[in-house]
Design a protein around this ligand. Structure first.
Ligand code: 6PG
Length: 229
């Protein structure tokens, strides 16, 4: 995938990126709720989105009409600090008036296979996600879809992931088809550690993150492998 195919926004730094994406989420939510009465979003895990969620909680969003899903979850005990839903709860969900039934956790504490089956059933209640937020790892993974892992090529809507190189090894992830079916796909990528995989994607490498079609790539200057912006 060359540069011209990327819908790319290079932000000055992580704070600028986080605020811009938070504003875009709020705008998309307002439009979807006005048009269809609801807005469904899958939140990204990892560390990068935290700042965006902190900005988002301060913006005007009709949370009673928002359905929150998760792009992936780590198979750790419920409430464990390293879980993606814990980060989302601490930075966003506990600060906004979202009905508890609107937050669709992945019950990864049950183990990857059982949790994936349960989540596929829960996700089947909606046609497709309005928005998916995504991070990218230094190996080019996104959600919990890692290079060379069997789950990455699966056509299942939700996949059980084993042997993930980023701990914990067992995870649950939305499948590539579910991520690609979303109306809007936004990557949030910051920091010099992401330069190498972004450079490979610029050169056409089909890393898992590059398999997300029609995504908007929000990167900061530190992450983008081009000095000339
Ligand atoms: C996770 C995420 C993973 C994350 C990337 C980037 O469980 O860690 O699902 O896909 O988004 O690894 O992580 P950082 O934002 O922490 O760099």
């Amino acid at each position: 995938m060359s540069e011209y195919q990327l819908s790319l926004t290079v932000h000055e730094d992580q704070a600028a990126l986080s605020l811009a994406v938070a504003r875009q989420i709020a705008k998309s939510a307002k439009q979807a709720i006005a048009a269809r009465g609801s807005f469904s979003i899958a939140l990204a895990g990892g560390d990068t989105p935290r700042r965006c969620y902190e900005y988002l909680r301060e913006l005007p969003v009709d949370w009673a009409s928002v359905q929150v899903f998760f792009g992936d979850e780590r198979c750790l005990p419920a409430g464990e600090a390293q879980r993606n839903d814990t980060m989302a709860y601490e930075s966003l969900l506990k600060h906004v008036a979202i009905p508890v039934q609107n937050v669709h956790r992945i019950h990864a504490e049950l183990g990857a296979i059982a949790a994936a089956d349960l989540y596929a059933a829960e996700l089947s209640q909606i046609d497709r996600l309005d928005m998916v937020l995504l991070g990218m790892g230094e190996d080019g993974h996104t959600a919990s879809l890692f290079p060379g892992n069997a789950a990455t090529g699966s056509l299942s809507p939700v996949v059980a992931v084993f042997d993930a190189p980023k701990p914990p090894p067992e995870r649950v992830s939305l499948g590539m088809s579910t991520l690609n079916a979303a109306h809007e796909k936004l990557f949030l990528i910051t920091g010099a550690g992401k330069r190498e995989p972004l450079g490979r994607i610029k050169q056409g490498s089909l890393l898992p993150a590059a398999q997300i079609i029609g995504a908007e790539w929000h990167v900061d200057r530190a992450a983008w492998p081009d000095e000339q912006i």
